[in-house]
Design a protein around this ligand. Structure first.
Ligand SMILES: Cc1cc2nc3c(=O)[nH]c(=O)nc-3n(C[C@H](O)[C@H](O)[C@H](O)COP(=O)(O)OP(=O)(O)OC[C@H]3O[C@@H](n4cnc5c(N)ncnc54)[C@H](O)[C@@H]3O)c2cc1C
Length: 410
């Protein structure tokens, strides 16, 4: 590869106690937790809203929230109080209200928020992360912090700092990562599906009549509370590389094609759906799996099967191993015993001033397929935020914090 040499001198925009990169369920909880604990906190995201998968990704329902108090139950009870919670499985929410609620929570907690802001580079001194460089309408800026949270879902901050990571399987790399999905909204859903449904058989029949292959056999139609719309979890793009801009672009284009195919097949070949309306696809492609950062501990399949509990637990998980494998594969849903995630999975091995939270923490492929759902990402972000508060206040490393008294375990 040829290189162009850049001479860069980047202005330092501000210094914070904590910077959270990525405002998905893990990031928003980490930021709120840090600010409420008295830390000067910045959160930023490359899209134009807070919430990550919850909002920009059009993800619903909110799995694994039942056994959790803290920020997650606070968000749910606020949504519920304003009639924006319920719907499918009684655990879905209205996207626009979720965005507004998260804006409000950040304002109330005094978190500085930057939207439409890209993480560009990590600032490091040997194995210590001391800040990040961002790019947005203001140009390129440096922000310094005592602790940086990588809540990008892709572990991009950790990878740039030089942390070890895994991608997919040892044998096939990214090709064994879970498929990507572009969620999309539809309107005028037939009365009989208004409460939500699995549309596998319905779509299979319509696709047979259309003479096309079904991309996925377990699609869900999920009604959105307080709206006339439902979201369809249907498109499935296999074997694209989540760390390649070219592949992500190609998967997005393939997703949009699958949406048009599904809409046409339903409208033309199923009389129930003759009035169906196509509203919009998600702002961002849904990536189920990319980097898994290697931490001070790596969660294993055995931990899930045994239901392991840890002294330094940051989240309680009850959700099973949910793999969207191709039709006919034996790798699908598998039950687990309720288990915990230790803080050590959130500390990149050998690195300082850096915490990773969300789907990119340290775990095997199987275990990631369980803890990746949003309730768990939110709870681990919240507890890790408390660990950051304790570490910064005591002037110690996050590894030396006693996590047990900080974990809101029920
Ligand atoms: C199609 C699909 C369906 C799913 N269905 C469900 C479901 O029904 N229920 C459920 O609970 N879970 C579901 N999940 C899982 C869940 O949505 C994710 O695992 C979860 O959102 C991960 O949370 P997170 O905070 O780690 O990351 P994310 O929610 O992905 O948030 C990461 C944030 O970081 C930002 N970011 C990334 N890179 C940068 C950068 N360079 N600069 C600035 N910002 C950046 C992103 O814009 C994003 O906002 C689904 C996932 C997918 C893909």
């Amino acid at each position: 590869m040829n290189f162009i040499k850049e001479e860069l001198s980047t202005p330092i925009a501000a210094k914070y106690d904590v910077i959270v990169v990525g405002a998905g369920p893990a990031g928003i909880a980490a930021a709120l937790s840090c600010a409420r604990g008295g830390l000067n906190t910045l959160i930023f995201d490359r899209v134009n809203c807070l919430g990550g998968g919850w909002t920009a990704g059009l993800i619903n329902p909110l799995f694994d929230h039942q056994n959790k108090s803290g920020i997650l139950s606070e968000l749910i009870s606020d949504l519920d109080a304003s009639g924006q919670w319920g719907g499918f499985f009684n655990m879905s929410f209205n996207y626009e209200y979720m965005k507004h609620l998260l804006d409000t929570k950040m304002q109330q907690a005094g978190v500085d928020v930057l939207l439409n802001t890209f993480f560009a580079k990590t600032i490091t001194e040997n194995n210590r992360v001391t800040g990040v460089i961002t790019e947005n309408i203001d140009g390129r800026k440096a922000y310094l912090a005592k602790i940086v949270f990588d809540c990008t879902g892709d572990g991009s901050v950790c990878a740039d700092a030089g942390c070890e990571f895994q991608l997919g399987s040892e044998e096939n790399g990214y090709k064994d990562c879970q498929p990507m999905t572009l969620m999309f909204l539809v309107g005028n859903v037939p009365e009989k599906y208004k409460e939500g449904a699995m549309l596998g058989d319905v779509l299979k029949r319509a696709y047979e009549k259309a003479g096309k292959d079904l991309p996925y056999f377990r699609p869900f139609l999920i009604p959105i509370p307080n709206s006339k719309f439902a979201v369809l979890q249907f498109t499935h793009m296999y074997e694209y590389n989540p760390l390649s801009a070219k592949d992500i672009s190609a998967a997005t284009v393939a997703g949009r094609q699958q949406i048009i195919d599904a809409f046409d097949a339903l409208k033309r070949f199923d009389p129930d759906f003759s009035e169906l309306e196509l509203i919009t696809s998600a702002n961002v492609l849904g990536v189920r799996e990319s980097r898994r950062i290697v931490g001070e501990y790596t969660l294993t399949l055995e931990d899930l099967v045994e239901g392991r509990q840890f002294e330094d637990a940051v989240a309680n998980v009850t959700y099973g191993i949910d793999v969207h494998a191709k039709h006919g594969s034996s790798r699908n849903y598998q039950m687990i015993r309720p288990y915990q995630i230790p803080m050590r999975c959130l500390i990149p091995k050998g690195f300082y001033g850096l915490i990773v939270a969300g789907r990119c923490i340290s775990g095997s492929m199987d275990s990631m397929a369980s803890y990746r759902v949003t309730g768990n990402c939110c709870q681990m972000g919240e507890t890790a935020g408390k660990v950051a508060v304790a570490a910064i206040k005591a002037g110690i490393d996050v590894r030396d914090v006693d996590v047990k008294p900080l974990f809101n375990c029920n």
